[in-house]
Every structure is written in structure tokens, then in C-alpha cells.
Design a protein around this ligand. Structure first.
Ligand SMILES: [Zn+2]
Ligand SMILES: [Zn+2]
Length: 139
């Protein structure tokens, strides 16, 4: 079954097949600024199950691991819809909010909790990391 994530104005769309390989809640300051919210929640799909349509602009930034991270947003309305990390170039991260689907699977992991807003609750039983998954062990 396919699902569509899209920006506010609808011009930039990401259609995906099947279930995500991972759903991750990230509290890093870059996700906070990317979304304008206090948390970024991403669903990760292999690139061959993602079809992107529409005009986009890309913003490239560095990460804590020293690798690049390219996030794509709609040039008309500014919504950040998807991203690709140099660390895993064949995987596309899609902003779960862009699916606007409350039945979307909950995060299985919570990362960069060192900058977690303390009032924000998280689902029971998920994995917690103080930084990224690569650099830290679960706590
Ligand atoms: Zn748009
Ligand atoms: Zn983040």
C-alpha cells in the first residue's frame, strides 16, 4: 500500500510503498530548527520504495559525525519534507508530520535526548539515546 507525504501547498510530494524500516524521534537542535517544532520525527524508507515529485530546494548541512546531511524543502511553502544522510545514502528520511496521519506507526527510537524538551512525553518501551544511535549506547 502506498502513502503520500506532502508539503503545506502540495507541490512537493513523496509517495512511499510499504511500511517504514524505522521511525525515529529526534530531539537534536538541527531537527528542532528544521521543523520549527521541538522534535523531528522521521520515517525511513529504502530509496527504491520512495517516489519524489515536485520542485524542491536542498539545504546541505554537516552533522556531529562529520558527514553531510541534505534536507529538501518546498520552494513555495517552505515545508521540510524529506532528507538523505551521507552516512546512509540509499535511505530516505521523510517527515512523519507530512503524512498528516495519526495512525502512522509511533517512533521505535528516541535520539539526541540531551536536548529533549522535558515536558514532551514519549511512547512507552522505546529505545532511548542521549545522542545519535551510532555514537552512544541505549540507556
Ligand atoms: Zn509546498
Ligand atoms: Zn535530529
Amino acid at each position: 500500500m502506498s502513502k503520500v507525504a506532502h508539503c503545506n501547498c502540495g507541490a512537493l510530494r513523496a509517495e512511499v510503498d510499504g511500511e517504514p524500516e524505522a521511525v525515529v524521534a529526534c530531539h537534536c537542535v538541527d531537527c528542532q530548527r528544521r521543523t520549527g517544532s521541538v522534535i523531528g520525527v522521521g520515517a525511513y524508507y529504502p530509496e527504491n520504495r520512495v517516489r519524489i515529485t515536485g520542485e524542491r530546494k536542498n539545504f546541505m548541512r554537516g552533522t556531529a559525525s562529520g558527514k553531510k546531511f541534505e534536507q529538501s524543502f518546498c520552494p513555495h511553502c517552505g515545508t521540510s519534507v524529506f532528507w538523505v544522510a551521507e552516512l546512509k545514502p540509499n535511505v530516505v528520511g521523510i517527515a512523519v508530520g507530512c503524512f498528516a496521519d495519526p495512525t502512522f506507526p509511533a517512533p521505535m527510537r528516541s535520539v539526541w535526548e540531551q536536548t529533549h524538551h522535558p515536558w514532551l512525553g514519549l511512547p512507552e518501551g522505546i529505545q532511548h539515546y542521549s545522542q545519535g544511535r551510532a555514537g552512544t549506547t541505549p540507556r
